[in-house]
Design a protein around this ligand. Structure first.
Ligand code: CP3
Length: 349
């Protein structure tokens, strides 16, 4: 009897430690990746970006592919995250904005009135992003690619303030002062964000992270009224892959952010993971939460703090090791390499 010839199966991320942890399944080791792992902490990134603007780079599939792969090669992390930015879909629908080095996104004409809604049409595809994701999925093989987008509150904050803001005062003035316009703005942004995530998933991303970086500015009651329904609509539209939801200073919102439809709740460094697990409740994995400034401390301290995160993470049904916010540009990349090795060794089954 002859066995029919079947082509060897392409390497798939499906059984990777990262996706298993997101699904709360047993893992061969605790998976680890770093928010902002691609970027200025890497000399090879600075060399490649030389002379090309940040936003321009995000629309160049060759650069996106190479910059996304750099930290995977160097650190041995368990997942790649697409090199992009939360304002890329806004740029793609025609909003006049730029990313200013050392500042962040700056919007030429801030959003304040109902007439501004016309500047936020739906996103009809993003061919450069599709091309970049497809090329990456081929290169990455069994390593999962995380797609991402900014959540409506954080995007609204940049649009309304015109740039980064410490107190979100114009954003909150609009939200509390004109709830109807606020809901329309959030609805437009949710439609764009959902389409941007779908582009990435349809091109092969195997998980997504929805960043609501600045939503920690709100009390839980107002989060539930003004934000959660819009983030929930996005997360419901991408339920075919694991969904990570993260924000900074969101200790009081962790339960509600999980309830918005996340499979994995990202925790910043202010709340211990075992406490976060109690706040979030059952049925969710957690991601986090080594303080990104700890990398500047002596090696023994980095090791001890890493151990503490792993220990506290044992309380979770699934734990994806990460920092409590993004890699700081001054970080020594070798420290990150050592953290990855430490997490893998300490948790090997
Ligand atoms: O995690 C990764 O490696 C993927 C890349 C990524 C970038 N931005 C690249 C980037 C991701 C996930 C983001 C998301 C992002 N962008 C967020 C949410 C995450 C968070 O930090 O809370 C926010 C709030 C932004 C907006 C933004 N873009 C800021 C605040 C900045 C920094 C401005 C500065 O120069 O200090 C950017 C620019 C940016 N986005 C850089 C990178 C690598 C630096 C640009 C450069 O290299 O010159």
């Amino acid at each position: 009897m002859t066995t029919p010839l079947t082509p060897p199966a392409a390497p798939s991320p499906h059984d990777s430690a990262f996706l298993r942890a997101c699904r709360r399944e047993p893992v061969p080791h605790t998976p680890v990746w770093f928010m902002r792992q691609a970027g200025r902490a890497l000399p090879e990134y600075r060399a490649l970006r030389e002379g090309t603007g940040m936003l321009e780079s995000c629309f160049r599939p060759d650069l996106v592919t190479e910059i996304t792969l750099q930290p995977v090669r160097r650190f041995g992390v368990d997942a790649a995250i697409l090199f992009s930015d939360i304002v890329v879909p806004l740029k793609a629908v025609g909003v006049d904005l730029d990313i200013v080095p050392g500042v962040g996104p700056v919007v030429a004409e801030p959003f304040r009135t109902a007439a501004d809604l016309d500047r936020l049409p739906p996103l009809e595809g993003a061919p450069e992003i599709t091309a970049a994701v497809q090329s990456l999925v081929g290169e990455l093989g069994a390593t999962p690619l995380i797609g991402f987008a900014g959540a409506p509150f954080t995007l609204a904050s940049y649009l309304v303030e015109g740039g980064p803001s410490k107190d979100q005062r114009r954003t909150k003035a609009l939200m509390y002062g004109d709830p109807q316009l606020w809901a329309q703005l959030m609805d437009r942004l949710a439609t764009i964000t959902l389409a941007f995530l779908r582009v990435q998933i349809d091109a092969g991303a195997s998980a997504i992270q929805l960043f609501d970086s600045w939503v920690g500015a709100l009390p839980a009651e107002d989060y539930r009224t003004y934000v959660q329904p819009h983030s929930a609509r996005i997360l419901a539209g991408v339920s075919d892959v694991p969904r990570i939801h993260f924000g900074v200073g969101t200790g009081e919102l962790l339960h509600d952010m999980g309830a918005a439809g996340a499979d994995v709740v990202g925790v910043d460094f202010r709340v211990a993971l075992d406490d976060a697990v109690r706040r979030i409740g059952p049925g969710k994995a957690v991601q986090g939460n080594l303080d990104p400034t700890v990398v500047f401390a002596p090696t023994e301290v980095v090791r001890a703090m890493t151990e503490r995160v792993l220990e506290q993470g044992k309380a979770a049904e699934g734990h994806v090791f990460n920092l409590g916010h993004g890699v700081l540009p001054e970080t020594d990349p070798d420290v990150l390499t050592r953290i990855v090795a430490h997490v893998h060794e300490a948790t090997a089954a």
